[in-house]
Structure formats: C-alpha cells, structure tokens
Design a protein around this ligand. Structure first.
Ligand code: LMR
Length: 334
C-alpha cells in the first residue's frame, strides 16, 4: 500500500489486518484450508480471510489452524467446490454468481438493478429468506456459513460505454452465470465465461473487450489499466458465500465448531462494515491512475434499466417470484 493510500485508508477508518503472513500449520493440528481467488491485501475478501486466519490461529491454537490461499494459488472458483467435496479444501468464499451448477436460487443476486446498494444486500441477507439461502445447497453437500460483501459492479470496456447500445457487438468476460450471460446478450454483447485469474490477460490481449466488476476487484487486478475507462453503472453486485462441506462441518467436535462459528460471525460483522469504504478507496485509486470514470445521469441509467429488464422475465420462474419480492423489499440507503 502506498503512503497516500495508507493515509486515506486511515481517514476512512479502515483497519486492515496486520502481520497476517501465510500461516503454516503444525503437524497434529487440524488444518482448515481456505481458498479464494482475489488479492489478499486491500481487498474486502482478502482482508476478511486474513482476519479470520489470524483469529482462528490465535484463539484455537493447538486445536485448529487455518491456512489461507489467496489469488487462486490453491484452486480457482471453477475447481474449488468439487475439490471441497473431495476433502481437498475446507472453506472458500466464491462469489454468489459461481454456484449456478448447484442451485438456481442464488442466481437472484445476479439480476441487474435488483439492489440499490450494499446495505440493501445486507438487509435482504439478514432476512429469513436471505438466511435460508445459506442452506439451499445441503442436498449437494454444501453449507453456507456467512455472506461476505465486496460491492456494486461497474462496466468497463475498450471503448466508451455510456448508453446500453454502446455495448453492441462487444465481448465481455463474465463469471459463469446464465443470468449474467443473458444480461450481456440483452445489451447486444457476448458473454465469455472465464476464471478471475485469466481476466487481466484476456483484456490486455483483446481476447475480450470488456468486463464487469467491483472497484476493489478492478483496482487490485489492474483491469482499469487495460480499458478505455470505467462506467459507474452500479448495475449489480459481487458478494460472497463463505461455504464449507456439510460433512466436514458436521464432523467437527461440537465445542470447536461453536467457537469457529462465533469467530466467523464476528469477523463477518467487522469486515463487512469496511467493504463499502474499501470499494470507495479503490475507486479513488483507479481515478488517481488517470483512468476515465464515466457516471450515468438519471435518464441514461433508466435506459440501462429498461434494456436489462427482460433478464428478470427470463429468470423469475427459476429463481422464484417470492424470493425476488423479498429482495426487492430491502431498501438500503446510506
Ligand atoms: C470474478 O470472478 O470476477 C469475481 O467473482 C472474483 C471474486 O472473487 O471477487
């Protein structure tokens, strides 16, 4: 982190995790491997995983030990869930867009312009309908333990994107989600699914023209440096489900499981509070790199909402109208 960014982080009240280098577990300790794909520093998920590791290793020392593998160093998001069922990793926090092979309910979070802001996401996730989603994949062997925040998605491309018609003919990298694919088609683009770790090279080489992601993902992966600019569309979200194998979780000694659950709950509260500020900080860093940030006036935003509304019609039966209504009821607002 540069000195400026550190000072800015301080001004925004961001307390990032200190001294959380890679932890190597002792022989005999139960090892909890936590795999994720983003940067470990200056990123909401990376910082949350580091704090979780630090607390587990301090408070459960001798009984359990966590090793965090960031930046796809153990598995990418396509591989991590099958690997979890094989017992090769105990925890992960894939984006909610990456569970499509296991449940249609979580596709809710990919509907464009569903949530006003990350507070609305939080409010919905804390509701009964939101909490029930953590158990939506028990039949597949997965248990959701917590929701972690990242932020709102922005579009970027190798040419200015202002109105939806500007996206016509562009190839966009997408997460593997049928809803996001339909979203790109609705604006005349093509969605090309690929792992997060491949996106920078694909943008840089011209294999794809654009992408959608949060300020924290854009900045920490330098996507903005190989794009014409970023359009502050806030058209969707990237949020995470901290997930584990139900069998592994059920097999833990009950006291240890309770303590681990409590630590995770506290880390979730603490880190989720900072996700928005960290996103704002990363937006400032993108701007400081001299990259053009285009905002949408109300009229233009309405054009995007209208262009993407057919996506809702396409998926409302699969996702469930009641679930969509419960999410729409969350108001958010800072
Ligand atoms: C992406 O693939 O763009 C994101 O899901 C990465 C992440 O974990 O935030």
């Amino acid at each position: 982190m540069t000195m400026f960014a550190t000072a800015l982080g301080g001004a925004l009240g961001l307390a990032l995790t200190a001294n959380a280098a890679f932890a190597q577990c002792d022989a005999g300790e139960m090892t909890i491997r936590f795999a994720h794909v983003t940067a470990e520093r200056g990123h909401p998920k990376g910082e949350a995983a580091l704090l979780l590791q630090q607390r587990v290793n301090d408070e459960l020392d001798g009984r359990a030990c966590m090793e965090v593998y960031p930046s796809s160093s153990l598995f990418n998001d396509d591989d991590v869930l099958p690997a979890m069922l094989r017992g090769e990793v105990e925890m992960a926090a894939p984006s909610l867009s990456k569970f499509g092979a296991y449940t249609e309910s979580l596709q809710l979070f990919d509907l464009p312009f569903l949530f006003e802001d990350i507070l609305a996401v939080e409010e919905f996730q804390n509701s009964e309908a939101g909490q029930a989603l953590k158990e939506s994949m028990l039949d597949e062997g997965f248990l959701g333990l917590a929701f972690w925040h990242n932020g709102m998605k922005q579009f970027s491309a190798n040419r200015p994107l202002i109105e939806p018609t500007d996206a016509n003919g562009l190839r966009f990298r997408i997460q593997p989600s049928a809803v996001i694919n339909a979203q790109m088609e609705a604006i005349g683009g093509t969605g090309i699914a690929m792992p997060f770790s491949a996106v920078y090279d694909a943008l840089n080489s011209g294999e794809v023209d654009g992408q959608e992601n949060t300020w924290s993902n854009i900045y920490t992966q330098s996507f903005h440096t190989v794009q014409d600019g970023v359009t502050e569309s806030n058209h969707g979200i990237i949020d995470y489900l901290v997930v584990t194998s139900e069998d592994w979780w059920a097999g833990l000694e009950p006291d240890l499981r309770d303590e681990l659950a409590q630590i995770l709950l506290e880390v979730t509260h603490e880190r989720n509070r900072f996700a928005f500020e960290l996103g704002e900080l990363n937006k400032i860093r993108v701007r400081q790199d001299g990259v053009r940030i285009r905002t949408l006036d109300e009229e233009t935003r309405a054009l995007w909402i209208a262009a993407l509304s057919p996506v809702w019609t396409q998926f409302e039966d699969a996702i469930g109208r009641d679930l969509i209504a419960a999410a729409e009821a969350a108001e958010g607002g800072f």
